[in-house]
Design a protein around this ligand. Structure first.
Ligand code: GDP
Length: 193
């Protein structure tokens, strides 16, 4: 999609504030610093539009970005501040858990992992959790420009194995610097609209 109009519609702190539309919604989740704002900005052709992830301890909000009056990107606060997935989810709060499991307009979740390393145990818990709820997941490995191309296949297989991705589960290698992967991610999103 060629994006010209983006608006931060609401930073919601409760479900009553979610947009009252039937536009499809695509959520973005990942550990803090994984490259979520950078990915969002590449997708919407902006520099520095999507704000950087909230800091630990700050109020956790769900940020709804209206894209071209056609869909919403929903920025989910970063996880990974606590060691166990249960503690993570408490930190996240019930609002986010309920949003991801119950929102009819939510058509898919893009989960980001740092392409330079094996996914962390938090990444694995998050993927397992989303999968358990039957959520349509796209895994994106970020910062691939930091890895030599000759190592991409090996790294993709480490990510596939660590997250237990099945053959049909998509994994896209992405770089915010080179924009590698941008079109494939948009294709996945447009397939859910
Ligand atoms: P967020 O906390 O998940 O929103 O992460 P940011 O998008 O703010 O990125 C965290 C840091 O990683 C920043 O210093 C970015 O410049 C850097 N970064 C993000 N994506 C990439 C990428 O694809 N390539 C490189 N080289 N750096 C990246």
């Amino acid at each position: 999609m060629d994006v010209h109009h983006v608006n931060l519609t609401i930073s919601a702190v409760s479900a009553s504030q979610y947009p009252n539309t039937q536009f499809p919604e695509i959520a973005f989740v990942g550990r803090s610093n994984v490259g979520k704002s950078s990915l969002t900005n590449v997708l919407i052709n902006r520099n520095g539009y999507a704000r950087t992830s909230s800091q630990p301890g700050k109020t956790q909000t769900l940020n709804f970005y209206n894209i071209e009056d056609k869909l919403f990107f929903v920025d989910v606060p970063g996880y990974g501040y606590a060691k166990t997935s249960k503690a993570n989810r408490e930190k996240w709060g019930h609002m986010i858990e309920n949003y991801l499991t119950q929102r009819d307009q939510l058509k898919g979740v893009i989960t980001l992992v740092d392409g330079r390393h094996a996914p962390t145990s938090d990444d694995v818990s998050m993927h397992d959790w989303l999968k358990y709820y039957g959520i349509d997941i796209l895994t994106v490995a970020t910062k691939m420009d930091k890895i030599a191309r000759g190592k991409w296949n090996k790294q993709a297989s480490v990510i596939t194995k660590t997250l237990h991705l099945e053959a049909m589960e998509p994994l896209i290698l992405f770089s915010a610097l080179t924009r590698q992967g941008k079109n494939e991610i948009w294709q996945w999103i447009e397939g859910r609209m």
